[in-house]
Design a binder for this molecule. Sequence first.
Ligand SMILES: Nc1ncnc2c1ncn2[C@@H]1O[C@H](COP(=O)(O)OP(=O)(O)OP(=O)(O)O)[C@@H](O)[C@H]1O
Ligand SMILES: [Mg+2]
Length: 279
Amino acid sequence: MSSIDSKLRAFGELVRQGTIVPQPEWAPGRLKVGVDLGTANLVLSVVDAENNPVAGTSWRSTVVRDGIVVDYIGAVHAVRRMKEELEERLGQPLLRAATAIPPGVHPSNAKAIGHVVESADFELAEIVDEPTAAARLLGVQNGAVVDVGGGTTGISVLRDGEVVATFDEPTGGTHMTLVLAGARKISFEDAEAEKLNHGLERDVFSIIRPVADKMGRIVADFLADYPYVDTIHVVGGACSFKDFAAVLVSHTGRRVIKPVEPLLVTPLGIAMYDDGGQA
Ligand SMILES: Nc1ncnc2c1ncn2[C@@H]1O[C@H](COP(=O)(O)OP(=O)(O)OP(=O)(O)O)[C@@H](O)[C@H]1O
Ligand SMILES: [Mg+2]
C-alpha cells in the first residue's frame, strides 16, 4: 500500500471511530485544518505540520450546493459545531482553516464560502479549488484529478506540478440518486439509502450507469484538449462504485487510478493549504 493510501486509511478510521492522534500540549494552534463544504457532506480535517492526519469529522448536510451556500445560518452552525466537536476531542483550540470551492465558482459565491468559515470563528487561511486540493494530497505532478462529488464533476489538469486547467460541470452523486428514485418510483431519501446499500450495488449501478457515462463523457470532452494526460486520479463519493473507474477508462482511453477512501481525498488535501498559523 502506498504511503498516501495508508494516510487516507488512517484518516478514514479517525473520522469513523471519532478518535484522534494525540498531540503534544506545547503546540497549541499548530494544527492545520481543512473545511470541505460539499453538496452532500461537510468534512473538517485536521493534520499536523507534516500533513499527517490527526482528527476529522464528516456530517451529511445540504447547506451548500455546488459551492453555493444555500443555508448560510445552517452552514455556520454546522461548521461551528464540528469545530467544537474536534476541539473537545483534541483538547486544543483550532484557530485557522483553509477551505475549497469547485472550480469555476463565481467569486461572490467563493466569498460566501469564506464567510461561513470565518463566521464559525476560524481565521481563513486560503480558498483553493477542490480537485487541486485533491491533487496536492495525491502528489500528482502530471495528469488529471477528477472529483465526482455529490453535486459536480470537477477536473484539474496538472503539468510539471502546476495546475494548467480546471473545469466543473453540475453532474454528481445526487443525479445518480435522482435517476434511481425515478426508475424505482421511490423517494430521493429511499433511493439514496438504496444507492449506499453495498448488497444492491450491481443492480443500482446498472440503473445509474447513464449518469456515470455522462460523467465519463464530460471528462473525455474536457481532456480532449490535453492529449498529454495519460493518468486520471478519480476521487469523490460518486466514484465509490466498483465499476466506476472502468467507465472512465472506456470513455477517456486513459489510465484511471482510484485511491482508497475516495470521499476523504479532497477534504484531507484542503487541510494541507492551512499554514497552521506558524508565520
Ligand atoms: N458507497 C457509495 N456508493 C455510491 N455513492 C456513494 C457512496 N458513498 C458516497 N456516495 C455518494 O457520493 C456523494 C458524496 O460525495 P462527496 O462527499 O465527495 O461529495 P461532496 O463533496 O459533498 O459534493 P461536491 O464536492 O460535489 O460539492 C453523494 O452523492 C453520495 O451518495
Ligand atoms: Mg466535494
